[in-house]
Structures are given as C-alpha cells and as structure tokens.
Design a protein around this ligand. Structure first.
Ligand SMILES: Cc1cc2nc3c(=O)[nH]c(=O)nc-3n(C[C@H](O)[C@H](O)[C@H](O)COP(=O)(O)OP(=O)(O)OC[C@H]3O[C@@H](n4cnc5c(N)ncnc54)[C@H](O)[C@@H]3O)c2cc1C
Length: 350
C-alpha cells in the first residue's frame, strides 16, 4: 500500500470495457503503469463479460476489433490466441461472449503491468490534494480517479407480480427455466434488450401470453456512408431484422403491444403474473464525500477536479446532424470519447 505522501498518479475504478479502455489509454499517454491503481472486485470484464454474455450484439464485429487494436498498451496485434471473433464476418453482429474473450486476455495483460487491486471501492474523499479511496480492507490514495463503475437496470416495482431480473431475461437458458406454460408475462420497454427478450419468449419459451408496454414506437438505426441515424437508440443487426419481420409485419398471436399509460396498465397488468423491466439503466453509485449524486459534465466526463467518469454510467451526450440528442454507449464510442477527453483530463488533475 502507498502512503498519502506517495499517492498513485491515477486510479481506475472498474474493469469493464470502459475501465480497460481507460487503463490502456493512460499507458499510451505515457503514465507509468506502476503509477496506476486498477480496482475491481472481480476483473471479469464487468457486466459486459458476465451478465450479458448471451446477448446478441448491436455492434458490428469490426467495431469490437477496432477497440482491441486502438490501444498500443493492449498489444492485441501481437496476440497468439485464436479467438472465435477473428473468424466472424466483420460486417455481422455476434454474441457478446465472443467479443468479451479478447477483453479477458487484455485484462490479464494489463493487470500484470499496473497495480491491480481486487477489491470494491466503498468511498471517496478528497484529502490534502489527493483522493482517498476506501476499500474493503485498506485505503489507497490517488491524485486522479476515473470512475468506470457501470450501471444497474432500472426497475418500476409493480406489486403482486413476480419480477424476472433483466440478467435472467437476457440469458435464453435461464429465461426458459424461469417460465411456465401458464405464464402471462409483462415486458416494459421497446429497446434492444426488450426486443431480444420478446424474441426469446416467443421462439424458445412455452408461455401463454406476452404483453409489451412501450412508450415509443420501435426505432431502427439507419446506416449512411458517414453517419448512422438513431445510432444509440435504434435497433440494429439481427434484433432489428427480427423486429421488422415479427413485430412490424406479422406479429405473433402470443404478443400484444400497448402504450404504457395509466389506463392500459390498470386494465391489463392484472392479467399478468410475471414482469420484466427493460426500461434503461442508472449509474452505479460510489459514495463521494460532499456529493449527493455523481453529476458529471456529459461533454467531457469531468465530475470534479481530478475525478472523471467514463462508460455506461457516464456516457457522452451528442447531437446528431438533425439535432437529436443521444447518449453514446458502446465499446468503440468509449474509446473515441477517451481520445477526445484524455488530453483534458491529464490537465485537469488536482
Ligand atoms: C444488454 C446490453 C447489450 C449491450 N450490447 C452492446 C454491444 O453490442 N456493443 C457495445 O459496444 N456495447 C454494448 N452494450 C453497452 C456497453 O458496452 C456495456 O453496457 C458495457 O458493459 C459498459 O461497460 P462499463 O465498463 O461502463 O460497465 P460494466 O461492464 O458494467 O463494468 C463496470 C465494472 O465496474 C466494477 N465496479 C462497480 N462498482 C465498483 C466499485 N465501487 N469498486 C470497484 N469496482 C466497481 C464492476 O464490478 C464492473 O466490473 C450493451 C449493454 C447492455 C446492457
């Protein structure tokens, strides 16, 4: 452990894709690896590498490859492993498990270079020009901290219904084992996750009925030469193909879709016995002394001097060329954003 007079230059909290990108870029920018503390209770590529493994990606394979190759510190171009993703069509999507395999390899490589600490950060406090990070069993200090701590699914908590957690619903095997043929299942949401779950319920689970409560019509990403309409909110890949055919064209008899308003919920929800909330994500909070919520600047990731946010918990806000505001979430987007903000963060320390 370092003493307060010898704090780490940087601490990166979280070892999901965003934490991996942050550690790689710090090394690429010349921060000595021994001066970087990297903290995570598991080091298993975050929720991306554990909870969403069986999810079909909304990103093309070529963007995952671009991510692996974009940091020199990853040393991915010298890899000898035969990852399955290298045999996939670069223009196609893939299971996230395939995309996570090289990230596990990169994690192990980086862990050997920086000071990897397998613990959860419980609390942060600014003391004498350094951030004190309170861990389960010790305290460390760092001049600068990047929070890449991920996000939790939001829940709506309707009483009297058995909730199927999103993590279970997005794993076909687990979902099948949770369902019974008499079930009427309510799903809130109409995003990528919601449509994947509806597809699994219709095609792989023998249940009586699905009622999908949604706020907005389905939205599809449209690819142009140099930009993508609804890049962050539109359905993509196999999920989009399936929705066009099976929801917009000839919907399954098992599926009923309705606007999520008070009346529809009052009249229809009582006929359901189980519920799945696919209604978005909220940042996982790390208590920081003197801050109630972790507000951040969504154009540069700054939370406070020497404290920065990255990843799904602190996404970049960007307007497309027609003024639509979207929050940019995805591996390659985290990397592009880092390229932009890292020079600022390096000068915005304490
Ligand atoms: C269903 C789904 C599908 C997605 N599909 C794609 C896709 O196809 N392509 C794509 O590019 N993106 C996709 N994403 C978006 C995004 O890439 C993932 O959400 C990704 O997991 C976000 O990475 P992250 O590092 O921000 O968070 P996470 O992967 O959640 O990692 C956060 C890490 O922080 C750690 N942590 C949390 N709190 C603490 C603490 N206090 N101390 C220490 N460590 C802590 C956690 O243990 C975890 O390891 C998808 C997201 C979801 C939800």
């Amino acid at each position: 452990m370092k003493c307060p007079s010898l704090p780490y230059h940087w601490a990166v909290v979280g070892a999901g894709p965003a934490g991996i990108a942050a550690v790689g870029k710090l090394i690429d920018y010349g921060i000595p690896p021994q001066a970087i503390a990297w903290l995570d209770p598991e080091f298993k590529v975050g929720d991306f590498g554990t909870k969403w493994k069986q999810v079909s990606s909304n990103t093309k394979v070529k963007l995952f490859t671009k991510f692996y190759e974009s940091c020199q510190a990853f040393q991915y171009t010298s890899v000898n492993e035969n990852f399955n993703i290298t045999h996939a069509d670069p223009e196609d999507t893939c299971l996230l498990d395939l995309a996570a395999a090289p990230l596990r390899w990169i994690t192990d490589k980086l862990k050997n270079e920086v000071q990897a600490i397998q613990e959860k950060v419980q609390h942060l406090k600014l003391i004498d020009k350094s951030w004190r990070l309170t861990l389960d069993n010790e305290e460390i200090y760092a001049k600068n901290v990047i929070l890449a701590t991920g996000a939790e699914p939001k829940s709506l908590s309707f009483p009297n219904l058995q909730e199927i957690p999103l993590e279970t619903a997005l794993d076909p095997d687990k979902l099948m084992h949770t369902c019974h043929h008499e079930d009427c299942i309510a799903i809130f949401g109409s995003s990528h996750s919601a449509i994947i779950i509806i597809k699994t319920l219709i095609e792989e689970c023998s249940i009586k009925k699905i009622i999908n409560f949604y706020l907005e019509p389905l939205r599809y990403a449209v690819y142009f030469d140099d930009w993508i309409l609804f890049d962050d909110t539109g359905l993509k890949g196999k999920t989009a193909e399936w929705a066009r055919k099976n929801i917009d064209h000839i919907p399954s008899e098992k599926l009923e879709r309705m606007i999520s308003n008070e009346e529809n919920i009052r009249l229809t929800l009582p006929s359901c016995n189980k519920v799945i909330y696919a209604t978005g994500f909220q940042k996982r909070l790390v208590p920081v002394d003197g801050m109630q919520t972790l507000e951040y600047n969504d154009n540069n990731g700054i939370i406070a001097p020497g404290l920065f946010g990255l990843g799904i918990a602190f996404p970049e806000a960007k307007r497309d060329r027609y003024g639509t505001l979207e929050y940019r979430v995805g591996l390659w987007k985290f990397m592009e954003y880092l390229n932009q903000v890292m020079p600022i963060w390096l000068k915005y320390g304490i």
